[in-house]
Design a protein around this ligand. Structure first.
Ligand code: KG4
Ligand code: ZN
Length: 358
């Protein structure tokens, strides 16, 4: 057993909340001993998006062998087991969380039910990501396929949500616009590649919420503006016109994110670091725009390398390690997988009863 605050051995992390099946073993300092990640992109590509039932079956088929391989390669038995327990697709969450719980029970180890959003928010503190390591409190911008949040990260289990999207997440907008441009799913990386050939000033597109009080976001108007522009053109675009549209869209997203991040930075003068994480943080134009804003506001920007921005199990193990070090004993066997789990929920260990959808 691990005493609160003292982590006596490696941490096994499991991630199955969407379409990445992943396992990782970290040593008590957070260094990666072994990791495996399998992206299900090929399984879902022909449907143009993640099919939850297929994702769950694929997690079930792959996860046990993956965990076995990571434990063998890591060469050390875990002292803690952690699995993403929400938010995400319920089928995958049930598989990852129950597999982790079973392993923890069998080996008499503490189990940590990890909030996926907290894992993204804490990933910037992983060893090797940034020197010096970002200290609490810092401002986190979480931009992914399902989420868009500005959060004051005060420590494990302590997050204050300052702003969020009123409609789409930016990754969702990337994926939808990529579809309009007939790019392969998932659209973010393909759109970024196409945009590299284009002129970001070629197509005038709106910047929603710019200068508006608070730091909420909106992306559905931008997506609609792209669709309207395409419909007005009415003809098949040349490669360079498609590249111009992709570059203009990407520039609009980057500018919107930068504007809202600036507003949030002004709300939290005590935070000297802007942490950017989630799949969209893999985008170089987005990173550059946010880095400029951070510099202009006298702060530092930290974004984990792209492989740690997209979903992975290293960040899940790390989130549990941070909680264990902070004295959280991780007695989470009775925490049920949850499709929705707000980062602002006061207790990450005991989520409030689920209300609303599903
Ligand atoms: O964090 P993530 O792997 O999964 C979620 O929790 O959603 O984020 C996936 C999202 C997708 O919408 C994908 O298109 C987007 O991140 N994404 C990108 C890039 N790489 C991934 N968007 C823009 N540019 C990229 N390079
Ligand atoms: Zn994610």
């Amino acid at each position: 057993m691990t005493a609160p605050g003292v982590v006596s051995g490696p941490v096994l992390g499991i991630e199955t909340s969407c379409d990445e099946t992943a396992a990782a073993l970290l040593d008590p300092q957070g260094r990666v001993l072994a990791q495996a990640l399998w992206s299900q992109v090929a399984e879902h590509a022909r449907y143009g998006g993640v099919v939850p039932e297929l994702a769950a079956r694929a997690h079930l088929a792959r996860l046990p062998g993956m965990v076995e391989a990571v434990l063998a390669e890591g060469g050390a038995a875990p002292a803690i087991v952690a699995a993403t327990t929400g938010p995400g697709l319920i089928g995958g969450l049930i598989i990852g969380a129950n597999f982790g719980k079973g392993l923890a029970l069998a080996r008499r180890l503490p189990f940590y039910a990890v909030n996926h959003l907290e894992a993204h928010a804490l990933s910037a503190r992983l060893p090797g990501v940034a020197e010096p390591r970002p200290e609490f409190p810092y401002l986190t911008l979480l931009v992914s396929g399902g989420h868009c949040l500005l959060v004051e990260t005060r420590g494990p289990g302590a997050h204050r949500v300052l702003g969020r999207t009123l409609d789409d997440a930016p990754g969702e907008a990337f994926d939808k616009v990529a579809k309009m441009l007939e790019l392969a799913w998932p659209g973010g990386p393909a759109l970024e590649q196409l945009a590299s050939e284009g002129d970001p000033g070629a197509v005038p597109l709106p910047r929603a919420m710019r200068g508006r009080a608070g730091c909420d976001f909106s992306f559905s108007g931008l997506k609609t503006a792209v669709a309207t522009w395409l419909a007005a053109r009415g003809e098949r675009l040349s490669r360079s016109e498609r590249a111009n549209l992709a570059a203009s869209f990407q520039a609009a997203v980057a500018e919107q994110l930068a504007d809202r991040a600036r507003a949030a930075l002004r709300m939290v003068p005590a935070c000297n670091t802007l942490v950017v994480s989630g799949g969209v943080a893999a985008n170089a134009t987005v990173r550059a725009a946010l880095a400029s804003v951070a510099t202009e506001e006298g702060r530092r920007m930290v974004a984990p390398p792209p492989a740690l921005c997209t979903d992975n199990a290293v960040m899940v193990a790390w989130a549990a390690l941070e909680r264990a070090r902070a004295g959280d004993p991780g007695q989470d066997l009775f925490v049920s997988p949850r499709p929705r789990w707000d980062l602002a929920c006061p207790s990450l260990r005991s989520p409030a009863p689920h209300v609303g959808r599903g």
